[in-house]
Ligand binder design. Structure first.
Ligand code: TEU
Ligand code: CA
Length: 534
C-alpha cells in the first residue's frame, strides 16, 4: 500500500446551513465557517467535508444543485469560497467538496432546457420514458414524475425536484468531469461523492445501485479528473459489501480512496424494514459487522472510513449512546471505540461536544424532505401522529441538522436572527464554550483521538483482532510486529466485567481511571480505555 495523507487524517463534516450564521438571516454561511476555522484547527482535524454549497433551490438543502460552478447566495459568493480555501490552507486544513452527480435540481439549466425542448441534447442528460415502471423513490412514492408538456415521465430516485442524470450519455459525463476539474483547479483536496453507487443505474431492468457500468464510469472519472492529484475521494455507497468496497478502494483499481459503508447503520432499524422501524442496538451484531469490515478490507486490499454520524443520521448518543446521565461517558466511549480502528475517521459537526437529537413535538418543526414524505405516507396508511413523531424523533434527519451549539447566549451563538431550524433546547448545557472550558469534556477526548491518529503509525498499519467478551463489552487488539494495543469499551448502562491474560505496558486514552491489572477489570457503565499491552 502506498501511504497517503488521508491514512492519518481525521475529517470533519460541516453542514453549512447549520454551522454558523454571520449576517443574521438565520442560515449558516461561508463566512461563518471561516470564523470558526481556529476552533477546528484547535481540534486538530486534517480536512473539512463541506456538504453542498452550490447554487440550489434548497429543496433538499443543497443536494439539489442548479449550478455546479456557482455558490448558493444564502451561503455567500465565489469570493467567500476562495477565501475559505485560502484561510483553511493557512491553517493546514484541506477542503473536500460534496459531489452530487447522480441528479441535479429541476432548476438546473440542463433540466430546464431538457423539459422545454425534447429534441435538445440536454434531453438525453436525463432519463425519460413513455410509461413508468415499478421503481420507487427513496423518499417514497413512484420514482417517475409525469411531464405534461412532452407526455413523458422523468426518473427521480430522490425528490421530484431532483431528476436523475443519465450517465450513459458521454457528453454529460464529460461535462461533469470538466466541472470536477474546475473545482480541483481551485485547490480543493477531494470529493465526497453523493450516492455514487447509483450512477450505473439501468432503470429498465429495475437496477438502481451497483449497476454493471458503475466501475467503468469511476475509472473513466479517475483518469479524467483525479489521476496523479493526491486527492481524497469517498463514495457514499449504501449497498457496499466488503468485496464491493475493495473494488472501489484498492489502489491499483484507480477508482476511489474509500467508501462509506452503512452496514452497521442498518442496525438502527429492524432487518428487512425501512429506516422508520427503529430498534434497539444489538451489540453482538455491531461487534461482528464492524469486525468483519476491519478484517476483510485489510491494508493492501482496501481502506475503511469510520463514522457514527452524518447529516442524514440521528445523533449517535441518542440512538446508541446515553443522552442522559451517561452522556459524557458514552460519547467518549463511542469515540474511543471507533477512532482506534483502522480507517479514516469522520466527525460530524457537534459530535465532538456530544450534541443530541431534538425533542420534536409537531410536524411544523420539521424541514427534512424525507421525514415529511414519510409523515404523509404513514398518515395515509393510518399510522398515528404520535407514532410518526416518535419515529422522527429517533431517526429523522433533522436531528443532525439543528444549529451548532456554540455558547449559552440566545440561539446558542449560531445566529442573531431566527434560525432556519430550531436550536436544541439543551444548548445551555451542551455548547462549545462550555466544552472548551472543561479539560475533561468530550471535546478533549476527540482532540486527543485526532492527535493520536496523526502521530501513531500503528493506527494505520496494525492488524485488528476482536476478543471474546461479555455481550455488551466490545474489546479488540491492534497488533503490529513490535507492539500490541488493547481497546476495551462497555457499551451499556450496566456494569460489566472484562478479563484477559495481558499485562499493561503504557496508557493511551481512557474515559476512566486506568485499571491496575487487566486480569479482571470491573467496568462501570460506558467505561472505555486503550492501553499498550504485552
Ligand atoms: O443520501 C442518500 C440516501 O440514500 C439518503 O437518502 C438516505 O437513504 C437517507 O437519507 C437516510 O436517512 C444522500 C445525501 O446524503 C442526502 O442528504 C440526500 O438527500 C440524498 O443523497 C439525495 O442527494
Ligand atoms: Ca447567513
Amino acid at each position: 500500500m502506498q501511504k497517503k495523507w488521508w491514512h492519518q487524517a481525521v475529517i470533519y463534516q460541516i453542514y453549512p446551513k447549520s454551522f454558523r450564521d454571520t449576517n443574521g438571516d438565520g442560515i449558516g454561511d461561508l463566512q461563518g465557517i471561516i470564523s470558526k476555522l481556529d476552533y477546528l484547527d484547535y481540534l486538530g482535524i486534517t480536512a473539512i467535508w463541506l456538504s453542498p454549497v452550490y447554487q440550489s433551490p434548497m429543496d433538499d438543502n443543497g443536494y439539489d444543485i442548479s449550478d455546479y460552478e456557482a455558490i448558493a447566495h444564502e451561503f455567500g459568493s465565489m469570493a467567500d469560497m476562495e477565501m475559505l480555501l485560502t484561510e483553511a490552507r493557512r491553517r493546514g486544513i484541506r477542503i473536500i467538496m460534496d459531489l452530487v452527480v447522480n441528479h441535479t435540481s429541476d432548476e438546473h439549466a440542463w433540466f430546464i432546457e431538457a423539459k422545454a425542448n425534447p429534441s435538445s441534447p440536454e434531453r438525453e442528460y436525463y432519463i425519460w420514458r413513455d410509461e413508468p415502471n415499478a421503481l420507487d423513490s427513496i423518499f417514497g412514492g413512484s420514482a417517475w414524475e409525469y411531464d405534461d408538456a412532452s407526455g413523458q415521465y422523468y426518473l427521480h430516485f430522490f425528490g421530484k425536484k431532483q431528476p436523475d442524470l443519465n450517465w450513459e450519455n458521454p457528453v454529460l459525463r464529460q461535462k461533469i468531469y470538466d466541472m470536477m476539474n474546475f473545482w480541483i483547479d481551485k485547490g480543493i483536496a477531494g470529493f465526497r461523492m453523493d450516492v455514487i453507487d447509483m450512477i450505473g443505474k439501468i432503470p429498465d431492468r429495475l437496477i438502481a445501485n451497483n449497476g454493471p457500468k458503475l466501475h467503468d464510469y469511476l475509472k473513466e472519472m479517475h483518469s479524467q479528473t483525479l489521476c496523479g492529484k493526491d486527492l481524497l475521494t469517498v463514495g457514499e455507497t449504501w449497498g457496499a459489501t466488503p468485496d464491493i468496497a475493495k473494488q472501489y478502494s484498492r489502489q491499483e483499481n484507480h477508482e476511489l480512496s474509500m467508501v462509506f459503508q452503512f452496514e452497521h447503520i442498518g442496525l438502527q432499524h429492524e432487518e428487512g424494514k425501512d429506516k422508520w422501524s427503529y430498534t434497539d442496538l444489538d451489540v453482538p451484531r455491531l461487534k461482528s459487522i464492524l469486525s468483519k469490515w476491519q478484517t476483510d478490507l485489510g491494508v493492501t486490499e482496501g481502506w475503511n472510513s469510520l463514522f457514527w454520524n452524518n447529516h442524514d443520521l440521528p445523533r449517535v448518543l441518542s440512538i446508541w449512546g446515553n443522552s442522559g446521565v451517561y452522556r459524557e461517558k458514552s460519547a467518549k466511549a463511542l469515540a474511543i471505540l471507533l477512532h482506534l480502528m483502522r480507517g479514516t475517521p469522520y466527525i460530524y459537526q457537534g459530535e465532538e461536544i456530544g450534541m443530541t437529537n431534538y425533542p420534536f413535538e409537531n410536524l411544523d418543526q420539521i424541514n427534512d424532505l424525507e421525514s415529511l414524505h414519510f409523515a404523509k405516507e404513514a398518515s395515509t396508511k393510518g399510522v398515528s401522529q404520535e407514532a410518526i413523531l416518535d419515529a422522527i424523533r429517533v431517526v429523522g434527519r433533522d436531528n443532525a441538522r439543528t444549529p451548532m451549539q456554540w455558547d449559552n447566549t440566545e440561539n446558542a451563538g449560531f445566529s442573531n436572527g431566527k434560525p432556519w431550524l430550531a436550536v436544541n433546547p439543551n444548548y445551555k448545557t451542551i455548547n462549545v464554550a462550555k466544552a472548551l472550558a472543561d479539560k475533561s469534556s468530550i471535546f478533549y477526548t476527540y482532540k486527543a483521538l485526532v492527535n493520536l491518529r496523526k502521530t501513531q503509525d500503528w493506527l494505520v498499519e496494525a492488524d485488528y483482532e476482536i476478543l471474546t467478551t461479555a455481550d455488551k463489552v466490545f474489546a479488540y487488539l491492534r497488533k503490529n510486529e513490535e507492539k500490541t494495543y488493547l481497546v476495551v469499551v462497555n457499551l451499556s448502562d450496566e456494569s460489566q466485567s472484562f478479563s484477559s491474560r495481558y499485562d499493561m505496558v503504557s496508557e493511551v486514552i481512557a474515559n476512566r481511571p486506568y485499571p491496575k491489572t487487566l486480569k479482571k477489570v470491573d467496568l462501570e457503565p460506558w467505561g472505555a480505555f486503550c492501553v499498550e499491552v504485552e
